[in-house]
Design a protein around this ligand. Structure first.
Ligand SMILES: *[C@@H]1O[C@H](CO)[C@@H](O)[C@H](O)[C@H]1NC(C)=O
Ligand SMILES: *[C@@H]1O[C@H](CO)[C@@H](O)[C@H](O)[C@H]1NC(C)=O
Ligand SMILES: *[C@@H]1O[C@H](CO)[C@@H](O)[C@H](O)[C@H]1NC(C)=O
Ligand SMILES: *[C@@H]1O[C@H](CO)[C@@H](O)[C@H](O)[C@H]1NC(C)=O
Ligand SMILES: *[C@@H]1O[C@H](CO)[C@@H](O)[C@H](O)[C@H]1NC(C)=O
Ligand SMILES: *[C@@H]1O[C@H](CO)[C@@H](O)[C@H](O)[C@H]1NC(C)=O
Ligand SMILES: *[C@@H]1O[C@H](CO)[C@@H](O)[C@H](O)[C@H]1NC(C)=O
Ligand SMILES: *[C@@H]1O[C@H](CO)[C@@H](O)[C@H](O)[C@H]1NC(C)=O
Ligand SMILES: *[C@@H]1O[C@H](CO)[C@@H](O)[C@H](O)[C@H]1NC(C)=O
Ligand SMILES: *[C@@H]1O[C@H](CO)[C@@H](O)[C@H](O)[C@H]1NC(C)=O
Ligand SMILES: *[C@@H]1O[C@H](CO)[C@@H](O)[C@H](O)[C@H]1NC(C)=O
Ligand SMILES: *[C@@H]1O[C@H](CO)[C@@H](O)[C@H](O)[C@H]1NC(C)=O
Length: 665
């Protein structure tokens, strides 16, 4: 999967952004107090001290706010800025604190800039009195854990130019009084639970608006949405993703004066709505650089929709997202959009072949046509001029990739997804040239070749997700040790896939010989369905803090388990089924406190019921079947493993009775 419209739970993203910001700021609140000869009026100083009483500040970030001698001038306080002419407090700004917004703000009548974003206001409502801070030009309460409605009093802030209330858990209707904010240039209300049950007429009064984000607002009642937004003369960015929009009720459409539509628009995001047609006049938006219509109800032939966009958009368009629709037919000749850098067409019903003309898009950086019905052969010609390509996703089609063995691509990819393309039978030599790759998926690609041992021994240094499963790759795997995950930890770009990723999936091949050394911080390791033999001990080298998933099932592994499981405290899933392991379960299983799924099925384990499992209180599934465990089934199973849902013990030498009465049904 490439980059396209993706949804994360708001809370998750907020949390992440918060962490990210904290790091960026190094925990320091940016102070805007300026030491000069101006001193703030006593009344405003008192108001700020009163305001501070409502704020919980356990770490003393606001310690410069005080009445002691050295702190008398509030113009020097953290987060405060005064007018350099009058000394009045004009700006108030801090992050990562919380509490309540006290009405003492009203005694700061010259306040023009109020930024309390990223604070925790404990689900309180936006106070109505903010509407009386009549000099405000900038108001930011985003991501500050509020709730309730937007007070209509905000419509009184006639000087407001910037209003951000996104990610704030607000609900209820958007007050039409906001339409009185005729100087507003920036309005972000997205990622709340707001509605707008009637028309959007109020928006048409905001003639200064340049940047409008209403995503995740229910606008299903607003049949006039396109007419209204398209007539905003200064609009540059519009995001109405996931707003329940349709064009069904769109009869007045043809009556617009299209020549006056969207005269400044650069980015139009309408993903995840119920739109079933691309209005023809979109092709005449000469300024448009980004068009996002993923996740709608577009159907018919892609080529026809593209041909309809015959206007001046051709020269301006840089990003085209039409993923997750019902478009079919072959790919058009995108060369008529010479500026295109990003094309997202995943999850449609495109069939036919890939035109070679795509190779002429010399600006192309991201191409995603995954999960369609494309067929035919892809060759060097398809990539002839794509020297800037960074991500390529051809997964889930019926495409065959045939290149000269010594082909050196013109690009250095960052992400490459070729799942279920036909790449084999030989291991594609050109992949060795991709030294910048971070994610590589060549699973189910009909490769039946020996292990590219020298490539494995020196994997691309930034690679953090490798999937070669479902091929016929055979031979011995060399030791894998060159990968480094430390630098990925807080890389925002890694977030779009998986926060804790360092994944190897080498399953369902014909790999053989002893397990290799993985001296890395691997998170997920799947070596199942191969022919690995010998003991598990080489894996003890894994730096286990991040190991969450380990699947070694369906191999020829044998011997006693080493006692090294204490090094893997975060392991959730451990599958050792269908091998020849023998002996006792080691006591270090008792350190697997997070373990949820354990399968030892079909080995030769013996001895008592493993008492170390008593500690694994998160176990939900435990399969000990087809082994040679003996002795009694202990009563503590029911007591100490309260989450257990599936317990398989069959084909052992257990005796005694299972404490059924306390096990969940
Ligand atoms: C601040 O005031 C002092 C005396 O009151 C004066 O000497 C100084 O030049 C002033 N500084 C500025 C930047 O105006
Ligand atoms: C006063 O502040 C304004 C903007 O905040 C700045 O442009 C101006 O240079 C400042 N004047 C003095 C004398 O510092
Ligand atoms: C949060 O609000 C509740 C009432 O809604 C109150 O009891 C609690 O003290 C508040 N917590 C903080 C930290 O302000
Ligand atoms: C938001 O406030 C609620 C109520 O006080 C609290 O339970 C919750 O932890 C807060 N959430 C965040 C992300 O601060
Ligand atoms: C908002 O402005 C109107 C006049 O336009 C005034 O009557 C009303 O009291 C104001 N509301 C607030 C909360 O200041
Ligand atoms: C949003 O606010 C409501 C209270 O109005 C609260 O019940 C709910 O948990 C909040 N949701 C989030 C994600 O904070
Ligand atoms: C603007 O404010 C006036 C007076 O408060 C009000 O009558 C009018 O409805 C408001 N305009 C919009 C678009 O809400
Ligand atoms: C959004 O608001 C509606 C009613 O206003 C409520 O039924 C729904 O549960 C809310 N959804 C969320 C995710 O808070
Ligand atoms: C959106 O609002 C309409 C009324 O305007 C309502 O019928 C519909 O249920 C709402 N949809 C959601 C998902 O809340
Ligand atoms: C593509 O699909 C359409 C509709 O199912 C079909 O009519 C057409 O023949 C297909 N084209 C090719 C090249 O398979
Ligand atoms: C790898 O990417 C970096 C930027 O992330 C770039 O500077 C470098 O040239 C790339 N390496 C190759 C071989 O293209
Ligand atoms: C593993 O992670 C640790 C910190 O958690 C880091 O110091 C170390 O460099 C990492 N090792 C590798 C091989 O990435």
């Amino acid at each position: 999967m490439g980059v396209r419209s993706f949804k994360l739970p708001p809370a998750f993203l907020t949390l992440f952004v918060l962490v990210h910001l904290r790091l960026a700021l190094g925990g320091v609140i940016p102070g805007v107090g300026v030491a000069n000869n101006i001193s703030c009026p006593e009344g405003e100083r008192q108001a700020l001290l009163e305001f501070k009483k409502g704020i919980s500040d356990p770490d003393g970030w606001l310690s410069s706010w005080g009445s002691e001698d050295g702190k008398k001038n509030c113009c020097n306080w953290q987060g405060i800025r005064c007018s350099n002419q009058t000394g009045h407090v004009v700006q108030l700004q801090f992050y990562f604190l919380g509490g309540m917004i006290s009405p003492s703000l009203l005694e700061l009548p010259y306040l023009t800039y109020l930024d309390l974003s990223e604070n925790d206001f404990n689900h309180s409502h936006i106070p109505e009195f903010i509407g009386s801070l009549s000099n405000l030009e900038h108001l930011d309460l985003s991501s500050s854990n509020l709730s309730g409605p937007i007070p209509h009093q905000l419509g009184n802030l006639s000087r407001l130019q910037y209003l951000d209330l996104s990610w704030s858990n607000l609900s209820g209707p958007i007050p039409h009084q906001l339409g009185n904010l005729s100087r507003l240039q920036y309005l972000h209300l997205g990622w709340n639970n707001l509605t707008n049950s009637e028309n959007l007429e109020w928006l048409s009064y905001m003639s200064s608006i340049e940047d409008l984000v209403l995503s995740f607002t229910n606008l299903s009642g607003a049949n006039d949405w396109l007419e209204v937004v398209s007539s905003l003369p200064n609009l540059k960015t519009l995001d109405m993703s996931a707003c329940n929009l349709s064009l069904m009720s769109f009869s007045p459409f043809s009556q617009f004066n299209h020549s006056k539509s969207f005269t400044s628009l650069e980015s139009l995001q309408l993903s995840d709505n119920e739109i079933n047609d691309i209005p023809k006049f979109f092709g005449d938006i000469c300024t448009l650089r980004e068009l996002g219509l993923s996740g709608n109800n577009l159907n018919g032939q892609l080529i026809e929709h593209i041909n309809d966009l015959f206007g001046c958009i051709k020269d301006s368009l840089v990003v085209l997202s039409l993923a997750e629709n019902q478009l079919w037919g072959s790919l058009p000749d995108f060369a008529m959009f010479p500026s295109l850098k990003e094309i997202y067409l995943s999850s449609n019903k495109l069939n036919g072949t890939m035109p070679k003309t795509i190779g002429n898009l010399h600006n192309l950086e991201h191409l995603d046509v995954s999960l369609n019905y494309l067929q035919g052969v892809i060759s060097e010609a398809h990539f002839s001029n794509l020297s800037k390509l960074l991500s390529l996703d051809l997964s889930g089609n019926s495409l065959t990739l045939e290149f000269d063995f010594n082909w050196v691509p013109p690009f250095q990819l960052d992400e490459l997804y070729l799942r279920s393309c036909k790449l084999g039978p030989r291991f594609p030599n050109w992949i060795r040239t991709q030294r910048n790759v971070t994610i590589l998926d060549i699973s189910n690609a009909q490769i039946s070749d020996t292990v590219p041992a020298e490539w494995f021994a020196k994997l691309p240094p930034k690679l953090y997700s490798l999937n070669i499963s479902g091929n016929q790759i055979h031979g011995q795997l060399p030791n894998v040790s060159t990968m480094s995950s430390s630098e990925l930890k807080f890389d925002l770009s890694a977030l779009k896939f998986d926060l804790s990723a360092l994944k190897f999936d080498l399953s369902a091949n014909r790999l053989e010989g002893p397990l290799p050394l993985f001296s890395t911080n691997v998170t997920s390791l799947n070596l199942s369905k191969n022919r690995f033999s010998g003991p598990l001990s080489p894996l003890c080298k894994i730096n286990g803090w991040s190991l969450v998933f380990l699947d070694l099932s369906d191999n020829l592994l044998s011997g006693q388990l080493p006692n090294c499981f204490m090094d893997w405290p975060n392991l959730l899933i451990l599958n050792l089924a269908n091998n020849n392991f023998s002996g006792k379960v080691p006591s270090s299983f008792g350190f697997l406190l997070m373990l949820r799924t354990l399968s030892l099925h079909n080995n030769n384990f013996s001895g008592d019921f493993p008492i170390s499992l008593k500690n694994c209180s998160n176990l939900r599934l435990m399969d000990l079947g087809n082994n040679r465990f003996s002795e009694k089934i202990p009563a503590w199973i029911a007591e100490d493993l309260p989450q257990l849902i599936v317990l398989i013990l069959r084909s052992n030498k257990f005796s005694g009775s299972i404490p059924w009465e306390t096990l969940p049904q």
